[in-house]
Design a protein around this ligand. Structure first.
Ligand code: ZN
Ligand code: ZN
Length: 238
């Protein structure tokens, strides 16, 4: 499995908003600017066939209209979106707002499927969608990828909750919310990651959705199983 951290930042800094590309055709989240971020990293969003969305804050899905428009004009027009039921309505709504005249054509030309189930398969990955706790934004989901004997997780935005602990206990790599100096009801912080990385030493925590001051503080701590990624950094997980 190859994971590229397309974005590791929070909303208010020069880093891209948190998102990941897995192998050549899977995305986790499609934040503001995602298509451009992919092009800048020499990736083409046309290749993407599977989009896993964690929740419906703008910094996790607002580039969907641009992605849909591009795919609808391509021969590679097949895409499956994994999300919640109300998410489907929200994506349709912002696509209509973004492109009022061509919205109908976009949906006509796309070979589009939505997948609402909590477990599914993409290529050789068995994937579980798990409920996390992102404060007032509910539902919010994380994803667990199982392949052979490896487990790789993506928490999405979340506070420290039971599900995150379960993910940490079974993951080889956990790409996780580590936004703040101190965790809140909506996001994890350095205090939460410190607790997790000591309790689950077999898991490598790749922290993301980072405020600049948090990024700086994480780098100073030099925990052996916490990685502070740059945008575009690739993890080859075998
Ligand atoms: Zn959020
Ligand atoms: Zn967010």
């Amino acid at each position: 499995m190859k994971v590229q951290v397309v974005g590791s930042g929070s909303m208010w800094n020069a880093y891209n908003s948190a998102s990941y590309k897995i192998d050549h055709n899977i995305l986790v989240d499609v934040p503001n600017g995602m298509c451009k971020n992919l092009f800048r990293q020499k990736l083409n969003p046309i290749e993407i066939e599977h989009v896993l969305l964690t929740h419906f804050h703008g910094d996790h899905y607002f580039d969907m209209p641009f992605f849909y428009l591009l795919k609808s004009k391509s021969e590679k027009n097949k895409v499956t979106v994994y999300c919640s039921k109300e998410g489907i309505r929200k994506i349709k709504k912002i696509t209509l707002l973004a492109f009022p005249n061509s919205c109908k054509d976009i949906f006509k030309e796309l070979d589009l499927k939505y997948q609402l189930q909590n477990s599914f398969q993409i290529a050789s990955y068995k994937i579980e969608k798990v409920l996390v706790d992102h404060g007032r934004m509910a539902p919010a989901y994380g994803y667990l990828f199982h392949q052979n004997n490896k487990v790789v997780g993506f928490t999405g935005d979340t506070s420290l909750c039971e599900t995150v602990e379960k993910m940490a206990s079974q993951c080889d790599y956990l790409f996780c919310d580590g936004m703040l100096l101190k965790g809140t009801k909506s996001h994890m912080g350095i205090d939460n990651i410190t607790y997790l990385c000591q309790k689950y030493p077999n898991c490598i925590f790749v922290v993301s959705h980072l405020e600049d001051e948090t990024r700086k503080a994480f780098k100073k701590l030099e925990y052996s199983n916490v990685v502070v990624p740059d945008d575009g950094q690739v993890f080859d997980i075998e």
